[in-house]
Ligand binder design. Structure first.
Ligand SMILES: Cc1cc2nc3c(=O)[nH]c(=O)nc-3n(C[C@H](O)[C@H](O)[C@H](O)COP(=O)(O)O)c2cc1C
Ligand code: SF4
Length: 434
């Protein structure tokens, strides 16, 4: 018999167990949790560690950024705190990566968890201003955030910290941190040359902590439940769980959460398996790396494993390319899109990416002499931009040429490979001025 405990005093909610730490809090109907629902699910942000204790917990947790570069969050806090002026906190919710939807999912469903993370960060750094940057096209997310900010203001939960939501252009490079700072200071959403990086000189010249939406949601949970709880899943060097956006030939595409260290095969099983044979996986979105399907399924969800194939988790957007889709055509199409997303301010990026996109198209249509010229352009452009845009694009193209070398050979000989022309990799419609 299950007896009810006599002293069932109302207590703080228990930490989420298992791997679905962020996603377990989401309502079945997908509506955003109100402030009361949020506190009932996770407890109040005030129950967690404050200021120095919070930063110490972050450091022991080993949490790294979930926006792509996997930089340790505690080290960034320390760099911002070393500045002489009062810092600013920017929540990076631009999610400009077309194959990713995890940050929008969090903003839409758990806005208070993200805002808790941002406010705790602000308090730990002595910042008074939090700016949440969200893409202009993300109307539902903006509405959820606006409602959450208004609720928090009414309930006066954020002390001296003020919250503001800013809409940023939908350009691919607009989510790069210096582009965000430039835009929030009244300029175009284009990257600026570094140094200074935002942690040295960011919004209004103040040291600025720019942190991805998901990173801050994890931080909010670490403040409540501690570093040891965070480390209960994952590995020693890559602890915790992460959100992934799965698309392509999986039966249950969308946002999934998994412990770091999970085998890719298990991850695919949890997405109800593949819909058909797959030739390769794109790991890490459009700045990511192609990995042959059989090789990827043997790896674990870890930068340490992916590094063996020159890949990393990056934005954790993963696309399974069906074997009957034309990989060369897919790569050509996305390269053309990415070349058009250059911010147009560094010569090698503007001219080099245009040449690479043209080269990919010529290879796809069987101009045999262009394979080597294309490889040369990839080498020339790599590392030559103010931001990492050219590096990301060249990684995408070079790994594709390598993994799909047989298909490239067929295109060069016959102008086609026999696979169906496809559009598995999404390309946003032209919306930059919306
Ligand atoms: C071209 C480009 C686009 C980027 N877009 C995003 C983005 O949309 N969202 C994001 O969180 N980070 C993006 N980043 C990474 C940010 O510059 C920055 O590293 C990140 O917001 C830091 O947060 P994190 O440490 O929590 O990951 C982009 C980087 C580059 C080079
Ligand atoms: S490298 Fe390209 S995207 Fe980055 S700042 Fe220069 S022109 Fe813009």
């Amino acid at each position: 018999m299950n007896a009810r405990p006599l002293a069932a005093a109302p207590s703080r909610p228990l930490p989420p167990t298992g791997e679905g730490r962020l996603l377990s809090g989401i309502r079945d109907d997908g509506r955003a949790l109100s402030l009361n629902e949020h506190v009932a699910t996770y407890g109040s942000a005030r129950d967690g560690a404050r200021a120095e204790a919070f930063v110490a917990e972050l450091e022991s947790s080993g949490l790294t950024g979930r926006g792509g570069a996997a930089f340790p969050i505690a080290a960034k806090f320390q760099a911002v705190a070393a500045g002489r002026r009062r810092p600013v906190v920017v929540v990076n919710g631009a999610e400009s990566e077309p194959a990713s939807g995890k940050d929008r999912a969090l903003l839409r469903t758990l806005p208070h968890l993200v805002l808790d993370g941002a406010v705790l960060a602000a308090e730990a750094l002595g910042a008074k201003q939090v700016i949440v940057a969200v893409s202009r096209g993300a109307a539902v997310e903006q509405a959820a955030l606006a409602a959450a900010v208004a609720e928090r203001a009414r309930a006066r939960v954020d002390g001296n910290v003020s919250l503001r939501v800013a809409s940023v252009p939908r350009a691919f490079v607009a989510g790069e941190e210096t582009a965000l700072v430039h835009f929030l200071d009244g300029g175009p959403a284009k990257p600026t040359f570094t140094p200074p990086r935002p942690f040295e000189r960011g919004v209004g010249g103040a040291p600025t902590l720019v942190q991805n939406v998901e990173t801050l949601a994890h931080a909010a949970l670490i403040s409540r439940f501690g570093a040891d709880w965070f480390r209960e899943v994952g590995t020693e060097s890559e602890p915790g769980s992460a959100l992934l956006t799965l698309s392509g030939a999986v039966r249950r595409p969308g946002i999934h959460e998994a412990a770091l260290g999970t085998r890719f095969e298990t991850l695919v099983d949890e997405a109800s398996g593949l819909t058909q044979p797959v030739s390769g996986f794109l790991v890490g979105g459009y700045f990511g790396t192609w990995v042959p399907a059989d090789a990827l399924l043997r790896l674990r969800l870890l930068d340490a494993d992916l590094g063996l194939h020159g890949a990393s988790l990056g934005t954790r957007a993963i696309v399974a390319l069906p074997a009957d889709a034309c990989a060369v055509g897919e790569i050509a199409r996305v390269t053309y899109y990415l070349a058009g997303e250059s911010a147009g301010q560094c010569g090698p990026c503007v001219h080099g990416l245009a040449a690479i996109a043209e080269g990919m198209e010529r290879v796809a249509s069987g101009r045999a002499d262009d394979r080597d010229r294309l490889a040369r352009w990839v080498d020339v452009v790599r590392g030559r931009g103010a931001c990492k845009h050219p590096d990301g694009v060249t990684r995408f193209v070079a790994s594709g040429l390598d993994v799909f070398a047989d298909e490239v050979g067929l295109h060069l000989r016959h102008g086609r490979c026999g696979a169906r022309p496809s559009a598995v990799l999404p390309i946003p419609r032209e919306v930059r001025n919306e």
